[in-house]
Design a protein around this ligand. Sequence first.
Ligand code: ADP
Ligand code: MG
Length: 277
Amino acid sequence: MSAKTTDTMPAGTTSGTPQVLLAHHLKQLKLPTVLREYDKVARECARDGVDHPRYLLRLVELELIDRERRVVERRIKQARFPATKSLDTFDFTAIPSLNKMLVLELARCEFILRRENVIALGNSGTGKTHVALALGLAACQKGFPVAFTTAAALVHQLMEARDERRLIRLQRELQAVKLLIVDELGYVPLSPTGAELLFEVFSQRYERGSTIVTSNLPFEDWTSVFGSERLTGALLDRLTHHVHILTMNGDSYRLKQSTGRRVATASNRAEQNQATA
Ligand code: ADP
Ligand code: MG
């Protein structure tokens, strides 16, 4: 039988070998793990004297586990994280100003169900993006649709969509994600149109979905980003109504690491020099 006929094989057709039909039907039913594993698991079950219901159960469980993994992978891909970071690799002792218990609680993602926001504030290199990425990853693993972007990229995207008359579609897409992460608010001042478009995003998410914002600027300086005091006031009003603030002021982790490395290399060199002297 040719591959072509198996593709169009109607259910209930009795011709062909059972394996070919089974492969066709399992593909049709979107059960790739059952298809991949049924033969191997059948041999294991025969060897161990496992009955048919348990054989089927094993197969179906494998499919479920795989399916969950595929969903999480898809969510992570759709979130467009610039890097994969988790709390496992985050050193809380490096940033004493950060409330560790709060971060661990947020990683449980109940704030997303409550449509609350998170704002991480602090100077550069203190792990704001790391924590935002880790919370985003946790949300994907819990099954929430997530989108990661920077303030500058989001504004650019919004302006482009507006020029191409597809702003409403983009706004709807942004509303559909349960967790929107807007990184690096404050690095670049926004144009009046950019500020207004960003305001609209936050405004549309208000009490509908969670947003995480990271910024190097304290709230009192946000007017310098948005240009208008009135707009900044209205934005902060919505964003901070249900909010968890992460205070992340401290030494730059990057700087500390590189100076640490430099010190280490210098002392290595000194030791080597001593050894060769
Ligand atoms: P910020 O966004 O605050 O400027 P980042 O999150 O980009 O800082 O951190 C800079 C780099 O240092 C990243 O590679 C990040 O993973 C790492 N980093 C920062 N803080 C920590 C920390 N406490 N533990 C582990 N890695 C950290
Ligand atoms: Mg950052």
